[in-house]
Design a protein around this ligand. Sequence first.
Ligand code: PHB
Length: 169
Amino acid sequence: MTDALSPLRALHFFDVLPQELSAGWLDWLLLEDSMTKRFEQYCSRVTVRIVREGFISQDDSLPEAGLLPLDSRYWLREIILCGDEEPWLLARTVVPESTLEGPELALQQLGSTPLGRYLFSSSSLTRDYIQVGRSEALWGRRSRLRLSGKPLLLTELFLPNSPLYKEER
Ligand code: PHB
């Protein structure tokens, strides 16, 4: 298995928002709109590099298991989001197979289209919560989202060159 996503797997999530975070950083970490669109304000082109995509089962020790309904299979998508070819964000999406029906089947066919282009164009998108997390000096977040009421879990980690860290701390 590739290790490109290891900083994301090492994230520890906070129950309460850490006091130390500046308004500028919180604005990134709690952004409810598309991160791809925000990144586009800081570069000329945002691109997706797919690290891993495919079905996994519960047995593949799924850290997200407790946060999603039990299902026999989950669609997993792990990517690196780049601004002008520089890696800015790691993202891992876990979708229970029962979410993948009707228009939500598109989640399985994204390829190099950023997830947000699909999610944020959907009128049926709702969010249960966002939890901020940290892995040493790097920050991230975890969101449970719903499409037509059906859940998916998105975890994102901001890499050192991400514009987030250029904000005042
Ligand atoms: C994705 O395409 O999987 C993706 C893109 C941007 C994000 C998160 C996930 O912020």
